[in-house]
Design a binder for this molecule. Structure first.
Ligand code: FA5
Length: 339
């Protein structure tokens, strides 16, 4: 009878029910023991032996069955938990993209390396000498005034570089020509903050000093960079070279990108010259001034060079249709969405 009911069992929980039914406090075995109260000494002895055998037998059967059932149950559980590695993956998030500034910097790095420039690092805290004097910016120049430049308190002559041009003169005074270097980094100015101006922004600087460097080399370099950054044929981008003035280059030019500014102040790249109603200044450049070459101990009779400095935020804004430079620093995840 016992064996019959145990062999029918399918679940380990049912086995426990059977155990309680036979071996539990109020189970069959206990009931038999209860009835033994009225037996003679001899009867008690023989019945007790039988009960022990029966009890052991039941326990052994339960155990055997439990081992079989639990193995089966384990197999079913593993089968259900099996992972189907052929299922397609779940898309995690399309918010995980590069910050627009990093994206532009990466393009600039690849492009500059393609053009044969080597990247060098510069410090963000520099001496007045490398930020200004070595670049032929005299003491009384407007850029030297306190409202434009952030000086380091208590350290005489130390300031936060106002442009990456500080890197090139320092490098040029350490390494003899030919020199072909580029540098990317943060620069700081006590500028009035507006849609296109931030007190901290990024620049890329490129400097090429060699025999017979001319403005043609500079123009080629500028157009190649603009074309790479906006991922367009240069003929499909409206831009202009405009004569300008920098104390450290002569002649000096600035590069403007033709844009359309709409009623809501959005600034977007123009694809037709006639649509341009706003020229956005991207950067400055020029043929390195003789005095600056001399400051780097380079003989202007023998060597010539060009230098350029582009604003990276402006490129990011135009490429990604970001209407306000401040959006680039707000840490709003929507800035990265779908880019
Ligand atoms: C310079 O900083 C020169 N050092 C560039 C240069 C290098 C000229 C080598 C000649 C030879 P400028 O101050 O114009 O020039 O700044 C260069 C670019 O930085 C600007 O065209 C603009 O794109 C960007 N820029 C300037 N000020 C800000 C600002 N406050 N916020 C964001 N971008 C700025």
């Amino acid at each position: 009878n016992v064996e019959f009911s145990i062999s029918d069992v399918k679940k380990s929980a049912e086995l426990e029910e059977i155990r309680v039914l036979f071996l539990g406090k109020k189970g069959y075995i206990s009931q038999i023991i209860e009835q033994m109260r009225n037996m003679t000494h001899e009867e008690k002895r023989s019945t007790g032996q039988l009960i022990n055998i029966l009890k052991n037998e039941i326990e052994a059967n339960l155990k055997r069955k439990f081992l079989i059932i639990s193995a089966e149950e384990e197999e079913i559980r593993l089968k259900n938990e099996k992972i189907d590695i052929t299922l397609p993956g779940r898309r995690i998030s399309n918010h995980v993209t590069k910050h627009p500034i990093i994206e532009i910097i990466n393009i600039l790095k690849i492009t500059a390396i393609d053009l044969g420039f080597n990247f060098v690092d510069g410090n963000e805290i520099v001496s007045e000498f490398f930020n200004f004097e070595a670049l032929n910016i005299p003491q009384n120049h407007p850029a030297r005034q306190m409202q434009d430049t952030l000086y380091i308190k208590n350290i005489p002559n130390a300031l936060l570089r106002t442009h990456t041009s500080a890197v090139q003169v320092e490098y040029g005074s350490l390494v003899p020509p030919p020199i072909k270097i580029a540098s990317v980094g943060r620069v700081y100015r006590a500028d009035e903050v507006d849609q296109t101006h931030s007190p901290m922004f990024h620049q890329i600087e490129m400097m090429h000093i060699d025999k017979d460097i001319s403005i043609a080399n500079l123009k080629y370099c500028c157009t190649h960079i603009i074309s790479s950054v906006f991922e367009k044929d240069i003929n499909d981008i409206i831009f202009r070279f405009r004569t300008s003035y920098f104390p450290f280059t002569e002649p000096s030019i600035e590069i403007d990108i033709g844009c359309i500014k709409d009623d809501e102040n959005n600034i977007i790249l123009a694809s037709n010259k006639n649509d341009v109603n706003k020229w956005l200044e991207l950067g400055g450049a020029g043929i390195i001034h003789q005095k600056v070459l001399q400051n780097m101990n380079i003989n202007p009779q023998e060597w010539s060079g060009f230098a350029l400095g582009f604003g990276i935020e402006r490129m990011a804004m135009l490429k990604k249709n970001i209407t306000d430079i401040r959006h680039l620093y707000e840490g709003d995840i929507r800035l990265m969405k779908n880019w």
